[in-house]
Design a protein around this ligand. Structure first.
Ligand code: KMH
Ligand code: ZN
Length: 275
């Protein structure tokens, strides 16, 4: 089996310090959480940023400040900004971090219910525009899949030239589709040969989905964006604590952890230039 790529989704846009006081808002806090995850074994930091008061923002300057801080503390980590941002943001707002030419960014491949009255809107034109821009800016998309139709969209848009192969998918289980082994197996079976994949279980499903994924040969995403607890009723102290738990499960199952350089190779990213 390939080595295991661990992604830490350190901040998200929806969780707040009311859910868990360790959720990062400031540049310093974002840096601290990225470093804790990196030191524990994460090779990708999936990044949302906030204003100091916790308000989610896609502001380019704020992203730059946070990315510089993450880079200072975790020199070789892969930084993967979100282009999803928060529900209700315009496409132009959401696209701002791609102007910084990160190695990766997320590409959400469909519209979905996001709880209560919230709808996370990704029209066909949004997906195509984001995909085209990522090709122009040499950014590898992580295709965010919240149900099976989003895989079909990705394949369709790949055939139309808006997404390059080999594609990398992230299956997010527990927002719209259920977080079950059956659903995960169906997703894995539905992606084109030669693709790579990660799975993220939301809330209490996080570590069960991680364990199933490790055994299946996929890659794992954990972090405050997806879950604020380390075990039933116990808040996580840091993203690092969650990554450590994944590393322990991987060790038990005999799966080695990929370094950032190895993750770049597995994902087909260019090696990091040493300056
Ligand atoms: N915050 C969600 C509305 C992504 O990062 O691309 C979108 C999201 C997906 O988190
Ligand atoms: Zn996200």
């Amino acid at each position: 089996m390939e080595k295991l790529i661990i992604t830490a989704a350190i901040s998200g846009a929806e969780v707040t310090k009311e859910h868990n006081p360790n959720i990062p808002y400031t540049v310093e806090e974002i840096g601290r959480e990225a470093e804790s995850a990196y030191k524990a074994g994460a090779s990708i930091i999936h990044l949302h940023v906030r204003e100091d008061d916790g308000t989610p923002t896609q502001d380019k300057e704020r992203f730059k400040e946070c990315m510089d801080e993450v880079r200072r503390r975790c020199p070789d980590v892969i930084i993967q900004p979100s282009t999803g941002g928060a529900v209700g943001m315009t496409d132009q707002e959401r696209l701002q971090p791609t102007e910084l030419h990160p190695e990766m960014a997320t590409l959400d491949c469909g519209t979905l219910n996001f709880g209560g009255d919230e709808i996370f809107v990704n029209t066909e034109n949004t997906i195509k525009n984001f995909g085209k821009l990522m090709i122009e800016r040499d950014i590898k998309p992580e295709i965010e899949v919240f149900d099976k139709g989003m895989i079909d969209y990705a394949i369709k848009f790949h055939k139309q030239g808006f997404i390059k192969a080999p594609m990398h998918f992230d299956f997010v289980l527990g927002v719209q589709m259920a977080a079950t082994a059956r659903d995960l197996a169906f997703m894995v079976d539905s992606i084109p040969q030669g693709s790579t994949w990660t799975a993220a279980g939301i809330g209490r499903n996080q570590f069960q989905i991680a364990a199933i994924t490790i055994a299946m040969g996929g890659n794992v995403r954990v972090g405050f964006e997806d879950n604020t607890y380390i075990s039933k009723g116990v808040l996580a102290k840091s993203n690092g604590e969650m990554v450590e738990k994944v590393v322990r499960i991987a060790n038990e199952l005999g799966r080695e952890i990929a370094t950032p350089a190895e993750a770049r190779e597995i994902l087909g990213l260019k090696p990091l230039e040493v300056k």
